[in-house]
Write a protein that binds this ligand. Structure first.
Ligand code: MEV
Length: 455
């Protein structure tokens, strides 16, 4: 009998195979069981070799006021404090009028790349023998075929025009041995990666048949999304930045200095940008978008001259910040339309258009950046994060419900000594107390100096 191939099985048979092989047990099988959040038929049609779901916590960042609209923004993240931090900054921004966004979506560029064959007298004017392959030859070839290329593109995706999309620009360039045709394709409200690649391959086949002496190397969209940009601005009154020990204008000045330092230091910019991405990735993921695309486009926008997407300065009696970045997202098609939780997130956002979603995601990025910097330049990052970090550590032990709260508070009593090992020992003690004395004793917490607190 031929060996059963893993990829040919359905999900439940794959799981059975893993149980039979001893790779997972019955409990693991139950952990991977489909849910309403991700039914089996959706998961198994989205990816290959599907065995279950990998749920990431979903939360709502509160207090966002974006272009005059109050919103709770869904964020999917496993990192403690990211959602609270975004909501905290959003609240400060809201007091001064909220975030103001501007988005432009011209389309996605697809590259069709040819390599000039060895010793072949390629003719870019369309003749199959002899002729020029220089810059002018390519330009006139493109001019002569522009209309037909448009028809090929429309035929490759017949409904795109009716959704406000389609091929809207072509450029040709030569770089060394390569000749590249760049198609700018508008994708309506969709992110449109598949659409763009379908059109690119159809146009590539058309060009390939007409460009003798040029070898088609590839046709693929570019993740450098210069034609889908978003800009968001926010202002925070100095008074709304104050801490219990530092006046607001000093906090504003220190945040602006921190932002300037990120513009000068590669080491710092990487971390500064990670703080921005905490918000961007969580909001984009919750909205069912391809976060790899969002991240690739964002980082492709940076260089030694421009190390970050955000900027902050002291002005107008407070702090003014902005974020400017590419944001290739969509609101229809792909996972946005398929994943039940992404659909729910879009419903909670009031079904934004693509421009609006770009503004929402970028606002969350700006808020995350503000919150991180305010903490860094005042009390330091650990003080604010500590409770959530310790709760995360407590969860790692398997503590649940009330014992999770109690364990977190015990760890908080001496945070400098908190470790997974100590948390496990402490959890064992809590459980022993539960078992021997009943529920009430589990509420006793010892502080660092040995005192006992009743909670
Ligand atoms: C942690 O996830 C993000 C921060 O490091 C960002 C920053 O340093 O700006 C706090």
């Amino acid at each position: 009998m031929p060996a059963v191939k893993f990829y040919e099985l359905d999900t439940s048979r794959r799981l059975q195979m893993l149980v039979d092989e001893g790779l997972i047990d019955e409990r693991d099988r139950a952990t991977l069981a489909p849910s309403r959040a991700l039914p089996e038929d959706i998961g198994s049609h989205l990816i290959e070799n599907h065995i279950g779901a990998f749920p990431v916590p979903l939360g709502l960042a509160e207090h966002f006021l974006i272009d005059g609209r109050a919103l709770r923004v869904p964020m999917a993240t496993e990192e403690p404090s990211v959602i609270a931090a975004a909501g905290n900054a959003a609240q400060r921004v809201a007091r001064s009028g909220g975030f103001h966004t501007r988005a432009s979506r011209r389309g996605i560029v697809a590259q069709i790349v040819f390599r000039q064959g060895d010793g072949v007298g390629g003719d870019a004017s369309g003749n199959r023998s002899g002729g020029r392959s220089g810059k002018r030859g390519l330009a006139s070839f493109l001019a002569a075929h522009r209309r037909e290329i448009g028809d090929v593109a429309d035929r490759a995706h017949p409904t795109l025009r009716s959704h406000g999309g389609g091929l809207c620009g072509i450029e040709v360039r030569r770089t060394g041995e390569f000749v590249e045709f760049d198609l700018l394709i508008a994708t309506g409200e969709a992110m449109g990666a598949n659409t763009v690649n379908t059109i690119a391959e159809a146009v590539a086949a058309y060009l390939s048949a007409r460009l003798a002496g040029f070898d088609l190397l590839m046709a693929i969209l570019s993740n450098k999304a210069d034609d889908q940009r978003v800009h968001v601005e926010a202002r925070i009154a100095a008074a709304d930045l104050a801490t219990s020990t530092m006046p607001g204008d000093e906090v504003a000045s220190r945040i602006a200095a921190a932002a300037r330092f990120a513009e000068q230091s590669d080491l710092r910019a990487a971390t500064h940008n990670k703080g921005v991405m905490n918000g961007i990735v969580a909001a984009a993921l919750a909205a069912g978008n391809d976060v790899r695309n969002v991240v690739a486009a964002a980082y492709a926008d940076l260089d030694a001259e421009q190390r970050t997407w955000t900027s902050w300065r002291v002005a107008d009696g407070g702090l003014c910040g902005s974020i400017d970045m590419p944001m290739p997202i969509g609101v229809v098609g792909g996972a946005v339309s398929t994943l039940p939780v992404a659909r729910l997130a879009m419903t909670m956002l009031g079904h934004p258009g693509a421009d609006e979603l770009m503004g929402i995601i970028a606002s969350v990025g700006l808020a995350s950046n503000l919150s991180a910097m305010r903490a860094l330049v005042t009390q330091g990052i650990q003080a604010g994060h500590m409770h959530l970090q310790l709760r995360s550590l407590a969860m790692t032990t398997g503590a649940q419900g009330r014992e999770l709260e109690v364990l977190t508070r015990r760890l908080q009593a001496d945070p400098s000594r908190a470790s997974l090992e100590r948390a496990r020992v402490s959890l064992d003690a809590i459980r022993a107390e539960h078992a021997s004395k009943g529920e009430a004793s589990a509420g006793r917490v010892h502080t660092a100096d040995g005192r006992e607190m009743i909670e």
